[in-house]
Ligand binder design. Sequence first.
Ligand code: BG6
Ligand code: MG
Length: 219
Amino acid sequence: MQFEKIRGFAFDLDGVIADTARFHGQAWHQVADQVGTPWTAQLADRLKGVSRMDSLEMILKAGGHENDYSQQEKVQLATAKNDNYLRLVETLTPADILPGMKNFLDELREKDYLMVLASASKNAPKVLQYLQLSDYFVGIVDPVTLSHSKPDPEIYLRAAELLKLPPAEVAGVEDAQAGIKAINGAGELSIGIGTGLKGADICFASTADVSLDKLLELK
Ligand code: BG6
Ligand code: MG
């Protein structure tokens, strides 16, 4: 896909702008221990970008516990995870913006690209406030209004609507495989952060490597 047409960006938050993927991981690790599912790096990776309740279902299934908990107990487990997560994110400051991302957002803003947030996290507005980045975004997709989790393209299609742009003029930025799939499914340009991501139009090894100049080289 070409970069020339791009006029707006839809950003994932956890693991792209903020160093919060580790907090989600830490909080889910506790849940995994509690339900007796072995915690592995692979499981942690598969949970990236996945909604709260879907993440819990994946953790239960990974340990063969999918039929062991009532709906009410599942809500309690997810609520406890979120309470722990919130205690961890409370400590966030602008110093927790991932390397290079503040510069990148500044560059984009300077060049009049529009930006929205396409995070599955219900805590995203709060996290942006802690990072003092709320002003950069013309909108935040509200995950509560979505019917499908990433890798479904719904969140990125909604991001394009918020940007008031056709999907072909939008670039999505993601650190998770589910997210790259969602961007591609929406017909947007996919920018991957990290190694081992499949199917991204362009990939950067880390946030520190992302720059507008490198994207412009795509033509
Ligand atoms: C995504 C994270 O951004 O948001 C997932 O990558 C997380 O790890 C999901 O489960 C939902 O977040 P929250 O904050 O609403 O529980
Ligand atoms: Mg992410």
